[in-house]
Design a protein around this ligand. Structure first.
Ligand SMILES: C[S@@+](CC[C@H](N)C(=O)[O-])C[C@H]1O[C@@H](n2cnc3c(N)ncnc32)[C@H](O)[C@@H]1O
Length: 198
């Protein structure tokens, strides 16, 4: 983690939720993410870690809609400040921590779900970070990664991400998220979700 990276993300925080998939302010986009994520949860009231949670939009969705107990980690204090403001709306209220997601200050072996959207690509050592994230899971815990290789050239390809997960887990399921309903509109780049159940 560098101070420069954190400063850049701090600067993104104010307008972050303006993007359709970030703030989920459009009810149709909200519903698309809800319908994607909730069926992946194995019941209600699970322990969920949202790593690189940003302004906490997905944390709130999972808490409000699924009764999940979410802990969000992000190294940007500006992102976390906004996440905490939004958290007052949710029951159970997610808990947000300012910390490096490469070394999340969370207890190993205690999460039913580790979720991370658009963060693994930004880790200086994605393999090492992913290993730490997997160690947070219980024996039956699920890993949910949402990543992409964007038109800007940033990101991880689906092949790269599948390889990172399959080096560490037996079950690796890839689903392309190419439907416009998840985003600001139609996309031409590679966006996907990986779910690993063991
Ligand atoms: C593209 S945003 C995604 C935010 C959120 N996951 C979402 O989907 O709305 C990437 C987030 O990762 C955070 N981030 C990047 N590197 C990080 C690190 N090393 N530790 C913690 N957070 C990090 C940034 O501050 C930013 O909030």
């Amino acid at each position: 983690m560098t101070d420069e990276a954190r400063t850049l993300w701090d600067a993104e925080a104010e307008a972050f939720d303006d993007a359709a998939d970030h703030g989920l302010r459009d009810p149709d986009v909200y519903r698309a993410w809800k319908d994607l994520l909730l069926p992946l949860m194995n019941g209600r009231g699970l322990q969920v870690a949202d790593l690189g949670c940003g302004t906490g939009t997905l944390s709130l969705l999972l808490a409000s809609e699924g009764g999940h107990f979410v802990r969000g980690v992000d190294f940007s204090s500006e992102m976390i400040r906004r996440a905490r403001e939004k958290a007052d709306r949710a029951i159970p209220k997610p808990v947000f921590v300012v910390a490096d997601a490469a070394h999340p200050p969370l207890p190993a072996g205690s999460f039913d779900v580790v979720l991370s959207r658009h963060v693994l690509w930004a880790m200086p050592d994605p393999a090492a970070a992913l290993q730490k994230w997997i160690e947070l899971l219980t024996a039956t815990g699920r890993l949910i990664l949402i990543e992409g290789r964007w038109h800007t050239g940033a990101g991880l390809t689906a092949d790269e991400c599948v390889q990172l997960v399959s080096d560490r887990r037996n079950d690796v399921q890839l689903r392309m998220l190419d439907d416009a309903s998840y985003w600001d509109g139609p996309i031409s780049d590679e966006r996907y979700m990986i779910v690993s159940r063991n």
